[in-house]
Write a protein that binds this ligand. Structure first.
Ligand code: AMP
Ligand code: MG
Length: 342
């Protein structure tokens, strides 16, 4: 069984932009999901098209299934001693991903690809792997063996069979790059929906913040809460996004690198809000694996993101930085909420 939900973070257009403001939207399929880029103001159509082009270019560069991509070239040379030339952007993304693996060891690792393959998440044949297959795949997961040479501009996987999968960070990276393209074109108000990654560029044209709903993981037509965003990304990760069922058990696509099995940390979803779009995407995946206690501990140690944690006990835990624009909508869905404070 397969269920793919286009977007679980839903932009809520509570106020339409003022009369006379140009608006343009690009809707397209990229990075395995439905995306939309909505731009307001002068030159909106050209800017939206340029931002879309940037996202599609990054998809070609970062995809692991497109054999011409830079990442496929890196993976193809695993273990053969070749340092593969990367462009500056891809190298930066690989370095960043390695640094997240060091920050949250055991929760996040982009060399998880062989394990994704063992579960069949890369293609259509999804199944529980046998113990030997899983153990062999797990032995290849170690981003310390992803060697990056910033000076030479190369990356290398030091063991045969290793592979990189940027599924956890590609959309956040694309959001950052698309925003830069929009800014270059003079855009000051836009909303990017890159599939569970909603990026607000500036405020709405009337100066108010954007309002974005966090969906109920069990029913994406319902909101658990609404958040205010301005120059920020809200990125959601959840086990309900992509999954299959075998012998009555559900298995999803976010893997705990400690076990090789889908993460089972007591969370149904994690939404990370940050002005660093890439960080939001990386942390939503990592903190979903980490679970509520470790996620809140990590949040307390930093000041560059906020969280909405949705637990399997129907609790919404919302960090204090979101309190101002927060609107709870989960009561009728059987949810409670609490504000987490430092
Ligand atoms: P996201 O939707 O951003 O949470 O990313 C989920 C995707 O990240 C999966 O489809 C895999 O491609 C990849 N992935 C799964 N588990 C991990 C993990 N523990 N660390 C890094 N990437 C992962
Ligand atoms: Mg992510």
């Amino acid at each position: 069984m397969k269920r793919v939900i286009a977007s679980l973070l839903i932009p809520v257009f509570l106020l339409l932009p003022g009369c006379g403001v140009q608006e343009a939207q690009e809707q397209f399929f990229s990075m395995d999901t439905v995306m939309s880029i909505t731009v307001y103001g002068k030159g909106a159509a050209e800017a939206a098209a340029a931002a879309r082009q940037e996202v599609e270019m990054l998809n070609d560069q970062l995809s692991r299934t497109d054999e011409n991509s830079l990442i496929s070239q890196l993976n193809a040379h695993a273990g053969d001693g070749t340092a593969v030339p990367m462009d500056a952007d891809t190298l930066e993304l690989l370095s960043f991903s390695k640094s997240v693996a060091q920050l949250l060891p055991g929760d996040f690792d982009i060399t998880i690809a062989p394990v994704m393959d063992a579960w069949g998440f890369t293609g259509e044949d999804r199944h529980v792997p046998d113990d030997d297959t899983l153990a062999a795949a797990m032995a290849l997961v170690d981003s310390n063996k992803l060697l990056i040479d910033e000076t030479a501009g190369t990356a290398q996987l030091s063991e045969a069979g290793m592979a990189v999968d940027l599924g956890a960070v590609a959309k956040g990276y694309a959001a950052a790059k698309a925003e830069a393209v929009l800014r270059e074109q003079g855009v000051t108000s836009a909303l990017l929906d890159l599939g569970r990654n909603i990026t607000a560029v500036g405020p709405k044209t009337n100066g108010d913040p954007w309002r974005v709903g966090v969906a109920d993981p069990e029913d994406d037509s319902q909101y658990l809460c609404i958040l205010s965003l301005e120059d920020q990304t809200a990125s959601t990760s959840g086990g309900y996004e992509r999954w299959f069922e075998e012998n009555g058990v559900r298995y999803h696509h976010i893997i705990d690198p400690k076990t090789g099995y889908p993460a089972d940390s007591g969370l149904l979803s994690v939404t990370v809000i940050s002005s660093n779009h890439l960080l939001a995407d990386a942390l939503s995946t990592s903190l979903f694996v980490a679970g509520p206690e470790e996620a809140l501990e990590f949040w307390k140690s930093r000041d560059d993101f906020e969280l909405v944690l949705c637990t399997d006990q129907k609790q919404l835990i919302v960090t204090e930085g979101l309190e101002a624009g927060f609107e709870f909508r989960g009561e009728e869905l059987g949810y409670d909420y609490q504000i987490a404070r430092r």
